[in-house]
Design a protein around this ligand. Structure first.
Ligand SMILES: NC(=O)c1ccc[n+]([C@@H]2O[C@H](COP(=O)([O-])OP(=O)(O)OC[C@H]3O[C@@H](n4cnc5c(N)ncnc54)[C@H](OP(=O)(O)O)[C@@H]3O)[C@@H](O)[C@H]2O)c1
Length: 253
């Protein structure tokens, strides 16, 4: 089993929710964390919290939809720490509305953040991981990477799963691992207003720790979503019936 201790980990979407919880959990276990997101004050606050309790955290303000910001994130990490052991592609945004109502800017924002950013960042870290002959790229997919829900969000998560599988096969036996962590509903800002019992983001943080310690293709969290994914693949008509009733684009409060 590999250890998290001493690993240099880039985490996108670290300013809240799953990314922030994962940063805390990894640093508690001795990893150095590079925190990336747009909200500088949230990143600084988290970095202060981690650094004041004996951990090592560096905040790098990053808009994941901008290629130059992603390059800057990687060069800054290398300048400070000399290597990158784990890239955790976690930043993501939800749908702004049904397809017919979306603007070009909205379409581009969701694809750039949820899909292009993980692809671009993986491309940027790969030469470093190839030089090291080790590394791990983990991305946050979703149960919506398997069971399509209305809207573009699910499409980006399906594509991210495809990318993760394809990249794993591309770098197979090079010492670089590629994994997907696929959460169901998790209590974060993204699900604010949803009236469902949900685990907190710490559940996903522990799944990410588990992937680093024992690399695998994918972890679904909570695991009770696994049989639902299987059912949706066996009987897609049933998934059509249920997901088409999801009122995703109506106010939830
Ligand atoms: N919560 C769930 O039920 C659930 C289920 C399945 C998958 N997921 C996935 O989990 C990931 C984390 O979401 P969350 O639930 O933790 O929600 P969250 O609390 O809203 O976190 C989203 C994170 O993404 C960052 N982000 C958004 N746009 C960005 C951009 N352009 N550049 C850089 N960072 C950006 C946000 O930071 P800034 O706003 O500061 O930039 C924030 O840190 C997402 O990929 C989401 O799709 C969530």
């Amino acid at each position: 089993m590999k250890s998290v201790q001493g690993k240099i980990v880039i985490i996108t979407g670290a300013s809240s929710g799953i990314g922030a919880a994962t940063a805390k959990e990894l640093s508690r276990r001795g990893a150095t964390v590079v925190l990336a997101a747009r909200r500088q004050s949230e990143l600084d606050q988290l970095a202060r919290e981690i650094n004041s309790t004996g951990g090592i955290a560096l905040a790098v303000q990053t808009d994941a939809s901008k290629s130059e910001d992603l390059k800057h994130l990687v060069t800054t990490t290398i300048e400070h720490f000399g290597r990158i052991d784990v890239l955790y592609n976690n930043a993501g945004i939800g749908d702004e509305g049904p397809l017919a109502a979306m603007t070009d800017a909205g379409l581009e924002r969701i694809v750039a953040t949820n899909l292009l950013a993980p692809i671009r960042l993986s491309r940027e870290v790969l030469p470093h991981m190839q030089r090291q002959r080790s590394g791990h790229i983990i991305s946050t997919g979703s149960v919506a990477s398997h069971i399509a829900s209305p809207g573009l969000y699910s499409m980006t998560k399906f594509a991210l799963r495809g990318f993760s599988d394809a990249l794993r096969r591309e770098v197979w036996r090079s010492g670089i691992h590629v994994s997907l962590v696929s959460p169901g509903f998790i209590r974060t800002a993204m699900t604010k207003g949803l009236k469902l019992p949900m685990p907190g983001p710490e559940a996903v943080a522990l799944a990410v720790v588990g992937l680093i310690e024992r690399p695998r293709r994918e972890v679904v969290v909570p695991s009770f979503y696994r049989p639902l994914i299987l059912l949706a693949k066996l009987w897609p008509w049933l998934a059509d019936t249920i997901t088409s009733r999801m009122r995703l684009f109506e106010p939830k409060d």
